[in-house]
Design a protein around this ligand. Sequence first.
Ligand SMILES: C[S@@+](CC[C@H](N)C(=O)[O-])C[C@H]1O[C@@H](n2cnc3c(N)ncnc32)[C@H](O)[C@@H]1O
Length: 224
Amino acid sequence: MEFKKETFITADGSHTFFMPELNEYYHSHHGAIQEARHVFLKNGFHYFENKAEITILEVGFGTGLNALLTCLEAEINQKKITYFGLEAFPLNENQVAELNYSEQIKEENATEFFQKIHAANWEEMTEITPFFQIQKIKESLQNLILPQNSIDLIYFDAFGPRVQPEMWSLELFEKLYKLCKNDACFVTYCAKGQVKRDLKSAQFKVETLQGPPGKREMGRGVKN
Ligand SMILES: C[S@@+](CC[C@H](N)C(=O)[O-])C[C@H]1O[C@@H](n2cnc3c(N)ncnc32)[C@H](O)[C@@H]1O
């Protein structure tokens, strides 16, 4: 993924990166923050209203936007989060410094938390707040090793199937299913038929939910 990245302002004012060689964005051009809040927070994080502690695996840590929003939400909801941010091709410091998420989110601690999340050493579990600890893992999903039955929630935020079909394979969905605890939940912005069929074949109970603004649908799978 060592492709040229151009900063792009999405429709809600928040940044993303665009990769011209692939014609692919890191987030929806309709609104990066808006998409992250809808897909991962509303339909993932808030799926667990009654759980005081959850363990999250994000596939494709990228800009750290989902981690930042989750950290802020954990404070508000007083929920203890252990977060694994998996990323095979980390952005460099200059690219991260370009991002305007802290200003756009307009929450008091957003800048401090974003900087701490990015400053955390790879492979070390790091406490960002009493409610949010993160371990960034520099590895591919294909080579990831985590204990089975350890994850409550998967944020599946890989590039789309057109660009990276290998990330949306039945084999990887089966691997993720095994990492999940019973009642765990898998959320993704993608609602393609083949993706949903493969999630079903991996034994997830699949739902199609309303997508974020600009996208009709999104997908969620539950293990039970
Ligand atoms: C859609 S972007 C990430 C968006 C990210 N969640 C964010 O908010 O910025 C997909 C991410 O997956 C990463 N990626 C690509 N191939 C991967 C792999 N095999 N394993 C883990 N991450 C991968 C990319 O480098 C990229 O950062």
